[in-house]
Design a protein around this ligand. Structure first.
Ligand SMILES: Nc1ncnc2c1ncn2[C@@H]1O[C@H](COP(=O)(O)OP(=O)(O)OP(=O)(O)O)[C@@H](O)[C@H]1O
Length: 226
C-alpha cells in the first residue's frame, strides 16, 4: 500500500483479447472508501474488476492494487494479491457439502494457514463480524439467502483484505435483505477496508448514497449519476 491508496490506475487501457473495452482509465480507491460501480451490461465492469484482481493484464498506463504493480505482475504473485482482496462474486458461492466452519477452514488452508487453533479462532471472528457466530456448524442449505451472502462476506474477510470487490452482491436477494447486506458492507468500509460494489440495483444505490463510478462508451466516469 502506498499511503492510503489501495487501487490506483493511471491512463490504463483494458482489452478483452483484441477488443479495447475501456480506455484511459483513471481510478483511485483509498483505504475505507465505499464505491458503487455501475454501467450497462457489456460496458466493462467485470473487465475492470478483473484487472484489479490480476485476472486481466493491462496494456498501457500504470496500475497498482494493494501494493502490487499490475503491469508487471508475474503469475506467481497473483495468489498473494488475491489474499489482499476479498472477493464476493455470484459465481463464487459456498461449498454446499460442508458446514460453514469447513467452508471457512477450506479457504484458510488454501491460503496458507496452518495453526488449527488460530484457524478456528479466525473462523469465529469473521462470523462474529457478520453476526452469524451461532451458525458455525450449520450447512449452507440451513441458512437463508441473506445469511449465506453474509457467510460469503465473512469468507472474504478471512485474510484481513485491504479491499472487498463485490459483483452484484444483492443479485438474488429481496430488497430488505439487500439493504442489510449493503449496510454490512458499509460498516466494513467504515472499519477501514475499502469496498467496491458492481451493481445494477439502483434502488440500493439510492438507499445508500456514495461515490459512483460508471463504465460508459469505453470510459470510466467519476462522480457519475445513476
Ligand atoms: N473473455 C472474453 N473474451 C472476449 N471478449 C470479452 C470477454 N469477456 C468480456 N468480453 C467483452 O468485453 C466487453 C465488456 O464485458 P464485461 O463482462 O466487462 O461487461 P460488464 O459491464 O461486466 O457486463 P455485465 O453487467 O453483463 O456483467 C463486452 O463487449 C464483452 O463481450
Amino acid at each position: 500500500m502506498i499511503g492510503n491508496s489501495i487501487i490506483k490506475l493511471n491512463n490504463v487501457d483494458i482489452f478483452q483479447q483484441a477488443h479495447l473495452v475501456l480506455s484511459n482509465v483513471d481510478l483511485h480507491v483509498d483505504k475505507g472508501d465505499f464505491v458503487w460501480l455501475i454501467g450497462q451490461t457489456g460496458s466493462g465492469k467485470s473487465s475492470l474488476l478483473k484487472v484489479i484482481y490480476g485476472d486481466l493484464g493491462i496494456k498501457n498506463g500504470t496500475g497498482h492494487a494493494c501494493g502490487y504493480e499490475l503491469s508487471k505482475l508475474p503469475g506467481r504473485d497473483v495468489p498473494y494479491l488475491r489474499r489482499k482482496l476479498g472477493i464476493v462474486f455470484q459465481d463464487f458461492q459456498l461449498l454446499t457439502d460442508r458446514t460453514i466452519e469447513q467452508n471457512l477452514l477450506f479457504v484458510m488452508r488454501a491460503t496458507g494457514w496452518k495453526d488449527k487453533k488460530l484457524m478456528a479462532d479466525r473462523a469465529l471472528d469473521v462470523l462474529e463480524k457478520v453476526g452469524l457466530r451461532s451458525k458455525l456448524k450449520k450447512m449452507p442449505h440451513e441458512l437463508s439467502g441473506g445469511e449465506q451472502q453474509r457467510v460469503v462476506i465473512a469468507r472474504a474477510l478471512l485474510n484481513d483484505p485491504e479491499i472487498i470487490l463485490a459483483d452484484e452482491p444483492t443479485g438474488n436477494l429481496d430488497p430488505e435483505t439487500s439493504e442489510e447486506i449493503v449496510l454490512l458492507l458499509k460498516q466494513i468500509s467504515q472499519s477501514g477496508t475499502a469496498v467496491l460494489v458492481a451493481t445494477h440495483d439502483y434502488h440500493i444505490i439510492r438507499a445508500f448514497p456514495s461515490r459512483i463510478i460508471k463504465c460508459e462508451n469505453g470510459k470510466v466516469l467519476e462522480d457519475a449519476e445513476i
